[in-house]
Write a protein that binds this ligand. Structure first.
Ligand SMILES: Cc1cc2nc3c(=O)[nH]c(=O)nc-3n(C[C@H](O)[C@H](O)[C@H](O)COP(=O)(O)O)c2cc1C
Length: 202
């Protein structure tokens, strides 16, 4: 099997950001399993307010950033969504980016969910799970939810560093589940399983 491609989308515009630090830890761990990681940091690559005129065909959006995001999401075998906890939910910046995409980018793709807040609350990832279902993605069962004390503080303009042993251990499950599902669902997306079903019906 060719390498699995994972797109990591981060939804904090703060610098430095715990959410981005969490996403960085996820990406680094994915790379050690030979996944090819692509990044979309909404702080550095903002997208315009979602335009419903392109709801069904976001690849035709006039904005280059949206078209690039669509292309990267199309190419991904799995997606990671990372968000700060804002008012008991995930960030509006991330929701807007998801509204720039369509079900075609997510169908039969595993989506790993990660968030950072003042506590290890699951509120953001629980709400993301509902949105992922609306996009026909397959959210994985092991979310990553962190709080400030799970990190060493940022130094010299860098990012905080994830160190909490239980979260680092959970990251293993997060990555294993995401990549296992990505490998299992790839045939469904590429048509192999669909053909088998068609043959069964004949
Ligand atoms: C608009 C806004 C709403 C927030 N709401 C919550 C909240 O409901 N619960 C919480 O625990 N923290 C809340 N916070 C705190 C953030 O989750 C916290 O600052 C976190 O570090 C942000 O992640 P970041 O470092 O990636 O930006 C809020 C922060 C902002 C700016």
């Amino acid at each position: 099997m060719t390498e699995l491609r994972v797109l990591v989308v981060t939804g904090s515009v703060r610098k430095p950001s715990y959410t981005t630090a969490l996403a960085t830890a996820v990406g680094a761990r994915l790379s050690t399993d030979n996944a090819k990681v692509a990044w979309w940091d909404l702080a550095e690559q903002p997208v315009p307010i979602a335009d419903p005129a392109f709801h069904r065909a976001p690849e035709n959006h006039p904005d280059l950033a949206v078209r690039r995001l669509v292309k990267l999401t199309d190419a991904a075998d799995a997606i990671v969504l990372a968000s700060p906890l804002y008012h008991n939910s995930f960030s509006g910046v991330l929701k807007n980016a998801l509204d720039c995409l369509s079900m075609r980018q997510f169908q039969h793709k595993p989506v790993g969910l990660a968030s950072h807040g003042r506590q290890r609350s699951t509120q953001a990832v629980d709400q993301l799970r509902t949105v992922v279902r609306g996009l026909r993605g397959v959210s994985t069962t092991t979310p990553l939810c962190t709080m400030d004390s799970d990190y060493l503080p940022a130094v010299n303009g860098g990012e905080p560093c994830l160190v909490a042993p239980d979260i680092v251990e959970r990251l293993e499950r997060f990555v294993t589940e995401l990549l296992d599902l990505a490998a299992a669902l790839r045939p469904l997306r590429t048509g192999t399983v669909a053909r088998t079903r068609a043959e069964r019906v004949q």
